[in-house]
Design a protein around this ligand. Structure first.
Ligand code: X8Z
Ligand code: ZN
Length: 678
């Protein structure tokens, strides 16, 4: 999801600035369709009804400008997008200011909740000064544009230019140590120029947050969970504590496989950390692409779970069909390129139809025609776009879209299911008042599609022709578990560390001259990964991850990776499923679908604990379902790691050098993983 785009989808996204608090300063011009002043004698309930109405009216203009600047990056679209954002933020500020007069007055619980959402909903609160507001929206738009159009040029005369997608392909497909290093380093050059902008961005949003009564922007972000910021922070620690032993086992296993593959010196970094460029993913957040290195059992032993092969076949079919129409021998280069785009588009739509089918099987509606007409499925040939996947609610009335650059691989296939989770959430809560049209909390929004991904069992995949009939064996089970763990377990510490970094940046404990140092310390501490070459302050490696220049809070994804297992278990129960959790799929089950839909339709109209209770019976986030799901794998990993020295020494990360043979065996972890045995 793209919360800033989907405004309230992120609470009340974009940015607020408490303007009218300072009467000396001129207010920005109110938008044409929304009065700046509150009518005299208005009650709190009437106020919220008016805000809901005005908000819904101005919303499409804002999303349209942002859609354009994300799907057609250039100076003009960026100017319009920044301006639209500025107008919206000015108006949001007016509303917050107007809401102050109702403080302490009687009002319905729903109105009190809506006012609270209005105050805390923004991820990018702006200062009061209109000049600073304009500066902030320009910086935000520019940083996102830099990320979207980021390109690394190398070769003679730097003429061989590659964008993120191509560089990711190298990490996905090549196992050549240096080719991967080159791609990884290449992408991390694009964020160097963002450092100055980001530093200023932090100053500006912090000023905005303080105007709203928060100590800093991190505290504001932590305030959207129907509990205190301190409680939320403690919750994330608690949940991480539950899953950390599982991650450490996976880390240990992965390290020994990498050592086998690349040698003792290159398969790890001093202190037992994993080399950042060797995990098949630019940010080491999902290790699924390393299947060839990490698969527990061969296809002969366990059967194949290779969705990529099936997707590649489907793409080839699409290509053959397009070739028959207009490519082939006599075609010009331009015609041939068009044939390939058409084939990609046809294939991407087919993948999306497949994902839609899962939701429809649960009793949810088909996506509207406008979705198919207006969605960006593939990367256009003629212009820069922000490829990072997102889902959009353009008007709160059914104009829903996704924006992706779909390729025929497993990662993108499951990301489509993820994005449609956002879309079905939008459609389900469109009946709510606009201020409640957002997730129960933002982790819920991220967990919907991923709950479906957990139900993509080998049996389901075989039923849709993506893999052969699954085997019933211990080897097949472990392979299936590993496939899921490489996506889900590897993600957990990453999901945590991004905002550990940003919370520190916002509260000033991480200073601009230590941005990179702190980034890699946190990567080492939580993920146990490190770069193989020093990354000084001339780099700004955080900016090479979309959500930093895009200013999307990230704790939501960590929470989602816990919640999705709770939701999955609840839907399996609703479907009457009785076997082991990891084998459950509720595909086609209308009872599970109805329960899901009921939850989605609540939006943010009540505290998330209540929504959670209605679905799962409990009111707490809890990782025991994660552990229940992965119990067979955890047992297997412990056996594999027996006798090995697991864990890592985070403080060694600063050295950023491949381990020297003398440094082996690996040093003990500072917070050591339990010895593999016992
Ligand atoms: O950003 C996303 C989605 C859009 S909300 C594609 N995700 C995170 C990421 O890619 O970093 C999904 C999982 C984590
Ligand atoms: Zn998402």
């Amino acid at each position: 999801m793209k919360p800033v785009r989907a405004l309230l989808a992120l609470g009340v996204a974009a940015a607020v600035f408490g303007l009218a608090g300072c009467k000396k300063e001129p207010a920005p011009a109110p938008s044409a369709n929304a009065p700046a002043a509150a009518p005299a004698g208005e009650t709190a309930d009437q106020f919220i009804a008016r805000v809901n109405d005005e908000y819904k009216k101005m919303y499409p203009e804002m999303t349209a400008a942002q859609w354009l600047s994300s799907t057609y990056i250039n100076d003009d679209s960026q100017l319009l997008s920044a301006k639209a954002n500025e107008r919206y933020l000015g108006q949001l500020n007016n509303w917050i200011e107007q809401s102050k007069k109702f403080e302490g007055q009687p009002m319905s619980p729903a109105t009190a909740r809506a006012i609270q959402l209005l105050k805390i909903g923004t991820a990018m609160p702006a200062p009061k000064d209109p000049a600073k507001l304009a500066e902030l929206t320009q910086i935000a738009t520019r940083m996102e544009g830099m990320y979207g159009s980021g390109s690394f040029c190398s070769g003679p005369g730097d003429t061989d230019c590659r964008q993120l997608g191509e560089l990711e392909d190298v990490l996905r497909n090549s196992r050549d140590y240096n080719a991967q290093l080159d791609a990884w380093k290449g992408w991390h050059t694009i964020s160097k120029p963002m450092r100055k902008d980001y530093t200023r961005f932090v100053e500006l949003v912090n000023e905005g947050s303080r105007n709203l009564g928060y100590a800093d922007t991190g505290e504001l972000w932590r305030s959207g969970y129907d509990m205190s910021p301190a409680e939320l922070s403690a919750e994330t620690d608690r949940l991480w504590g539950q899953v950390k032993p599982l991650y450490e086992q996976l880390h240990c296993y992965t390290r020994s496989r990498l050592e086998t593959k690349y040698g003792n010196d290159k398969g790890q970094v001093a202190g037992g950390l994993l080399p950042a460029h060797l995990l098949g993913n630019m940010w080491q957040q999902d290790w699924g692409n390393l299947w060839d290195v990490l698969a527990p059992y061969s296809e002969q032993q366990a059967g194949s779970l290779d969705i990529n092969a099936a997707l590649a076949r489907q793409y080839q079919q699409a290509l053959d069909a397009q070739q028959a129409k207009g490519g082939g021998e006599g075609a010009s280069a331009a015609q041939q390129a068009q044939v390939e785009v058409d084939a990609s588009l046809a294939n991407a739509k087919r993948m999306t139809e497949r994902a839609q089918d899962f939701y429809v099987s649960l009793g949810m509606p088909k996506l509207p025609d406008s979705y198919w007409a207006k969605t960006q499925f593939v990367k256009p040939r003629d212009r820069d776009v922000v490829c990072h996947a997102s889902a959009w609610d353009m008007n709160m009335s059914g104009d829903v879209r996704t924006k992706m650059c779909i390729k025929p691989n497993e990662e993108d296939f499951t990301t489509i299911y993820h994005e449609l989770g956002h879309v079905y959430y939008y459609l389900a809560y469109n009946k709510q008042p606009p201020l409640f049209q957002t997730g129960a909390h933002d982790g819920f929004h991220e967990a919907i599609g991923d709950t479906i991904v957990l139900a993509m069992t080998p049996k389901y995949l075989s039923s849709i022709g993506m893999v052969a009939n699954p085997q019933q064996s211990q080897e097949a089970l472990i392979n299936a578990q590993m496939r899921m763990a490489l996506a889900k377990v590897s993600f957990l510490p990453f999901g945590l560390m991004i905002d550990r970094w940003r919370w520190g940046v916002f509260d000033g404990s991480i200073k601009p001259d230590q941005y990179n140092k702190a980034w890699w310390e946190l990567k080492a501490k939580y993920q146990g990964v490190a770069p193989v070459e020093a990354r000084g302050e001339e780099f700004f490696d955080a900016g090479a991850k979309y959500h930093v220049p895009g200013n999307t809070p990230y704790t939501r994804y960590f929470l989602s990776h816990v919640l999705q297992f709770q939701f999955y278990k609840a839907l399996c129960d609703a479907a009457g499923y009785k076997g082991p959790l990891y084998e459950c799929s509720f595909y086609g089950n209308k009872a599970a679908g109805a329960k899901f839909e009921a939850m989605l339709s609540k939006g943010a109209s009540q505290p998330w604990q209540q929504t959670m209770k209605e679905l799962t019976g409990g009111e707490k986030m809890d990782a025991s379902a994660v552990l229940e799901y992965f119990a067979p794998l955890q047992t297997w990993l412990k056996q594999q790691n027996e006798g090995k020295s697991c864990g890592w020494q985070a403080s060694a990360a600063g050295a950023a050098a491949p381990v020297s043979p003398a440094a082996k065996p690996a040093a003990k972890s500072e917070a050591p993983a339990k010895p593999a045995k016992g």
